[in-house]
Design a protein around this ligand. Structure first.
Ligand code: NAD
Ligand code: UD1
Length: 317
C-alpha cells in the first residue's frame, strides 16, 4: 500500500482521483470544502480526511512531519478564474503561496518521497493563437489565476532541478465528468449543460445560455483520462522536472457537443444565444504528443466520455 496525499481531494478531479487510489492505497485528503464536498468521497478506512486549508502552515507542517508520503497530488486551488479576477490577493495565497510552502515542506520533511505532481492549467497559454498548444508554445497568462498557475508550475520544476524534490506539472485542458460542480456561471460548460438536462428530465424548466455562435471549440477531456495522465506522470522516470498538456488532442465545438448530449439523452436543449464572453478564446486544443511518449492513450472520445457521464447521472437517481 502506497501512501498518497491529495490536496483538494474532495473536489471534482481530486475526488475522482482519491476514490480510484483508495481501492488499493492509503490516501490522506486535505480540503477546506470551499468547493469540494464530503459526499464526493467513497469514504472507507483507506481515506483519511482532514478538513483544513493548504494555506494553514501549521496544519501542513505537522502533517508533513508526521506522515511519510510516497506521492503528493496538489490539486487544491481556487479553480474559478472569475474569482481570481475579483479577489487576486486571496486567490494568490491559495494558488501560489500554498504551492511554495508545500514544496518547502516536501524538501524538508519528505525524505523517502517519490513525486509531487502539480495541477496547472491550459489558461497559461492565454489568447495566443497558435494551435495545437505545445508545452513550449508562447505563454500569455491573462488573469491572476493563470499567472499564479504559471509561476507555481515554474517553482515546482525549479524545486526538482535545483533541490532534487522529485516533481512534475500537468496543464489540464477542459476536464469534465462526474462530480463536477455546476454551481457558478463560470463552472465548466459541460457541468452547466448537464445540470440543464437533469432539470429537463425532471420536467423542470431549464435553458442553456450559449455565449457566441457555438462554433468555439475546446479540448474536452474525460476525468478518467486525466487520472490516467496523473498516474503516468507520477510514476514515470522520464517526467521529473517536466510539464505536460493533458487533453485528448481534439477540438470539439459547443454545437457539436450539444448535438452529442442531445442524442444521448434524446432531449432537445433549449438555447438562449448571448454575445460571446469578453476575451473568450475561439479555439483551443492540446498537442499531447509529449504525454503520449510516456504511454498516455486517451480512452474516451467526447461522445464516449459523455455516454459514461450520463450513465453515471442516470444511476445516481
Ligand atoms: P474543484 O474546485 O472541484 O477542486 C478544488 C478543490 O480544492 C475543492 O474541493 C476545494 O474545496 C479545494 N480547496 C480550495 N481552496 C482550498 C484551500 N485553501 N485548502 C484546501 N482545499 C482547498 O476544481 P477541479 O476542477 O477539481 O480542479 C482541480 C485542480 O485542477 C485545480 O488546481 C484547478 O485549478 C486545476 N484545473 C482544473 C481544470 C478543469 O477543467 N476542471 C482545468 C485546469 C486546471
Ligand atoms: C477554461 C477554464 C478556465 C481557463 C481556460 C483556459 C473551466 C471552467 N474554465 O475556460 O479556467 O482559463 O479554460 O483555456 O475549466 N459557455 C457557454 N455557456 C455557459 C458556460 C460557458 O456558452 O453557460 C461557453 C464559454 O463562453 C466558452 C465555452 O463555453 O466559449 C467553454 O467555457 P468554460 O467551460 O468556462 O471553459 P473555458 O472558457 O475554456
Amino acid at each position: 500500500m502506497a501512501n498518497y496525499l491529495v490536496t483538494g481531494g474532495a473536489g471534482f478531479i481530486g475526488s475522482n482521483l482519491t476514490n480510484f487510489l483508495a481501492k488499493e492505497n492509503h490516501v490522506v485528503v486535505v480540503d477546506d470544502l470551499s468547493m469540494g464536498k464530503m459526499e464526493n468521497l467513497d469514504l472507507s478506512a483507506n481515506i483519511e480526511f482532514i478538513k483544513g486549508s493548504v494555506i494553514d502552515v501549521t496544519l501542513m507542517r505537522n502533517l508533513f512531519k508526521e506522515k511519510e508520503f510516497d506521492y503528493i497530488f496538489h490539486l487544491a486551488a481556487i479553480a474559478s478564474v472569475a474569482d481570481s479576477v475579483k479577489n487576486p490577493v486571496q486567490t494568490h495565497q491559495v494558488n501560489f503561496d500554498a504551492v511554495f510552502h508545500l514544496l518547502e515542506l516536501t524538501k524538508k520533511y519528505q525524505k523517502m518521497f517519490k513525486r509531487f505532481v502539480f495541477s496547472s492549467s491550459a489558461a497559461v497559454y492565454g489568447d495566443e493563437g497558435t494551435l495545437p498548444k505545445q508545452e513550449e508554445s508562447v505563454i500569455r497568462p491573462l488573469t491572476p489565476y493563470a499567472i499564479d498557475k504559471f509561476a507555481a508550475e515554474k517553482f515546482v520544476l525549479v524545486y526538482n532541478n535545483l533541490y532534487e524534490v522529485p516533481a512534475s506539472a500537468v496543464r489540464f485542458f477542459n476536464v469534465y465528468g462526474p462530480k463536477q460542480n455546476p454551481s457558478s456561471p463560470y463552472s465548466g460548460v459541460i457541468s452547466i449543460m448537464m445540470d440543464c438536462f437533469d432539470k429537463l428530465k425532471g420536467n423542470l424548466d431549464a435553458k442553456f445560455t450559449l455565449f457566441g455562435d457555438g462554433q468555439q471549440s475546446r479540448d474536452f477531456v474525460f476525468v478518467e483520462d486525466v487520472i490516467q495522465a496523473l498516474l503516468l506522470v507520477a510514476k514515470s522516470s522520464a517526467t521529473f522536472g517536466e510539464v505536460y498538456n493533458v487533453g485528448i488532442g481534439q477540438a470539439t465545438t459547443l454545437l457539436k457537443l450539444i448535438r452529442i448530449i442531445e442524442n444521448h439523452f434524446g432531449i432537445k436543449l433549449p438555447i438562449i444565444y448571448k454575445e460571446a464572453r469578453l476575451g473568450d478564446i475561439k479555439e483551443s486544443f492540446a498537442d499531447i504528443s509529449k504525454l503520449q511518449e510516456v504511454g498516455y492513450k486517451p480512452k474516451n472520445t467526447v461522445s464516449e466520455g459523455m455516454k459514461k457521464y450520463i450513465e453515471y447521472l442516470q444511476k445516481r437517481v
